[in-house]
Design a protein around this ligand. Structure first.
Ligand SMILES: CC(C)(COP(=O)(O)OP(=O)(O)OC[C@H]1O[C@@H](n2cnc3c(N)ncnc32)[C@H](O)[C@@H]1OP(=O)(O)O)[C@@H](O)C(=O)NCCC(=O)NCCS
Length: 148
């Protein structure tokens, strides 16, 4: 999808599943490889989802982004980033930016004109990252959830 001096961005493949699972843990969502295998299989057969990985200069996968093209009835469809992570040892080299650019281009390719995301209020440094990339806070919401 894109290549730069720090690495390259490409669509995720089944072979990436173990590292996707490991990096989900770094994001704060501990995930077993088997769980990731099932989720990945489902997500990658859905044309409204895309997963990109970042490879470092040595070809090791060190980050990933999941983007969804969400089809709202009450507003135009838009891209939504559902998860983004770069391994701690590979941060600050532009890979997060490259992953977001891939998510933006994919959203444009679907016909979308907006990309949005939610980020936990405690991730202050991550908010600086998104602002550097041109994202602005549009609203602050409460998340509600109920065990079923
Ligand atoms: C957020 C995250 C994906 C950024 O990835 P990254 O590869 O380190 O980011 P980049 O190197 O591409 O940085 C892009 C820009 O953001 C800035 N930036 C990145 N992290 C920053 C930080 N912690 N504080 C301030 N600025 C930061 C960089 O300086 C850079 O700015 P510039 O290019 O204008 O100089 C990574 O820090 C991460 O995985 N964090 C933990 C998980 C997380 O918060 N995920 C998102 C959940 S919503």
């Amino acid at each position: 999808v894109s290549a730069g001096p720090q690495g390259k961005i490409r669509a995720a493949r089944a072979v990436d599943v173990p590292v996707l699972a490991q990096l989900a843990g770094e994001l704060g969502y501990p995930t077993a490889t088997g769980q990731m295998e099932r989720r990945f299989a489902r997500v990658t057969t859905d044309a409204d989802h895309q997963v990109f990985v970042a490879e470092d200069a040595a070809g090791t996968v060190v980050g990933w982004v999941q983007v969804n093209y969400t089809r709202f009835l009450a507003s135009d469809p838009r891209g939504e980033v559902l998860a983004l992570v770069v391994a701690a040892g590979s941060r600050g080299r532009g890979l997060g930016r490259q992953l977001m650019q891939a998510a933006e281009q994919w959203t444009r390719d679907q016909g979308g004109t907006q990309l949005s995301l939610r980020s936990n209020i405690v991730r202050k440094e991550t908010h600086v990252f998104y602002e550097r990339l041109g994202y602005q806070v549009t609203k602050t919401s409460l998340n509600f959830q109920k065990p079923l």
